[in-house]
Design a protein around this ligand. Structure first.
Ligand code: UD1
Ligand code: UDP
Length: 385
């Protein structure tokens, strides 16, 4: 093969960067590929933390983030700016990730440009268009316009098949680039590639001043559907828990979204044994997950990572598109009802058998080779031309 496969990799937020970084590194190692890294910078600081860790310098940085941005302007900015780049670089394939506005708008833009699209972390679903908002619809739309679907688990493969994306169906955009054929591949989740890359790096947590005599409960919450009352309920649950249990401390790296920060700082600033800290770089965050006694989160990525580290996870949502770890027993959905949260955390603190039944190292999400698999699949499709 003389001509290299020009592969545009697009991402914009922290979780996409973490999960796409191993793929960028893999593409860079393969002589058959010419990777072009495009960041929308839907996130700025939280994206830059990840780029630095993985030593990735983007070829194009759209620098789109605005303070307290809205979905309309973000979506249209991404559409218009990626159009210019696609016209300039003329990629052979565009890779997008997951369910953010960057993923959906970049996929739509590539579709308009008639460029084949590979969707990494395809097929996750709650089948409820409002939860999570707007991510459920973002991923449905990204899947609808994509040509290759890199599904992390068997469940996500089935979701794609059930939504009418059939293996063996040819796609117009791909007819010239690939032999018509299979479109859905089970690859594992690249989050495990990123986690394994990162936990190897030693991290010193001493700067956080965590006490050896206290049990650390790690908290993250940022979902749009939890803004307002649900997030207030979560904070009230935390207040009750630290008051009742003098042997716990809460560590909460607070997301930079002002809708999160206003509520959280109003409710929890200055509370004893509640540490509100800035979003952590990925390596110390992984070390903190490993050290935690319990994790409370509404994050998607954390639900996938923490089970590998053997820490019980309570998910602050009523539904999840990641049922695998719930089925294994180490993740439970507790929603945002204050009593449900405090009751379940208290049971974990008081009932050793219950705690041990959830504290198991389980990893249904991958083996660390997802990026390699994705690159092999793309290569095999191009070699068959
Ligand atoms: C976005 C994604 C969400 C994902 C989350 C991961 C959408 C619609 N939402 O939500 O799916 O789970 O990222 O964290 O795609 N901000 C900063 N600096 C940063 C990042 C954010 O200041 O590095 C602030 C800005 O004021 C920004 C706001 O947060 O306008 C919201 O960012 P946005 O990406 O629109 O939404 P998230 O809630 O971060
Ligand atoms: N994360 C991080 N620092 C933090 C909090 C989270 O590096 O302070 C990582 C976490 O390990 C996971 C990812 O960010 O890989 C999840 O991002 P987020 O919760 O913002 O988004 P989601 O996964 O819900 O889309």
């Amino acid at each position: 093969m003389d001509k290299k496969i020009k592969t545009a990799v697009i991402f914009g937020t922290r979780p996409e960067a973490i999960k796409m970084a191993p793929l960028v590194l893999e593409l860079k190692n393969r002589p058959e590929f010419e990777p072009v890294t495009i960041v929308t910078a839907q996130h700025r600081q939280m994206l830059d933390q990840v780029l630095e860790l993985f030593d990735i310098t983007p070829d194009y940085d759209l620098n789109l983030m605005k303070p307290n941005q809205n979905l309309w302007s973000l979506t249209s900015d991404i559409l218009l700016q990626t159009k210019e780049i696609f016209e300039k670089i003329n990629p052979d394939i565009v890779l997008v990730h997951g369910d953010t506005t960057t993923a959906f708008a970049s996929a739509l833009s590539a579709f308009y440009a008639r460029v084949p699209i590979g969707h990494v972390e395809a097929g996750l679903r709650t089948f409820n268009k409002d939860y999570p908002f707007p991510e459920e619809i973002n991923r449905v739309l990204a899947d609808a316009v994509s040509d290759l679907h890199f599904a992390p688990t068997e469940g996500s493969v089935q979701n794609l098949l059930n939504s009418g994306i059939k293996e063996g169906v040819s796609s117009g955009a791909l007819d010239n680039a690939y032999e018509p054929g299979r479109r859905i591949y089970k690859t594992g989740n690249t989050v495990i590639d990123a986690l394994l890359y990162t936990v190897k790096k030693g991290v010193d947590l001493s700067e956080f001043g965590l006490s050896d005599n206290l049990k650390t409960i790690l908290l993250t919450s940022h979902r749009r559907e939890n803004f307002g009352k649900p997030l207030e309920n979560i904070c009230d649950a935390i207040l009750e828990l630290v008051q009742k249990n003098k042997d716990i401390e809460i560590v909460y790296p607070v997301h930079l979204n002002p809708n999160v920060r206003n509520t959280v700082f109003n409710k929890l600033s200055g509370v004893e044994r509640v540490k509100l800290i800035e979003p952590l770089e990925y390596a110390p965050f992984c070390a903190l997950m490993k050290k935690a006694h319990i994790i409370l989160t509404d994050s998607g990525g954390v639900q996938e990572e923490a089970p590998s580290l053997g820490v019980p996870v309570l998910v602050l949502r009523d539904e999840t598109e990641r049922p695998e770890a719930v089925e294994c027993g180490c993740v439970k959905l507790v929603g945002t009802n204050k009593e449900k949260i405090t009751g379940t955390v208290q049971k974990l603190l008081d009932d050793v058998n219950f705690y041990n039944s959830m504290k198991m190292a389980v990893n249904p999400y991958g083996d660390g080779l997802a990026s390699k698999r994705i690159v092999d699949i793309i290569l095999s499709r191009y070699i068959q031309q």
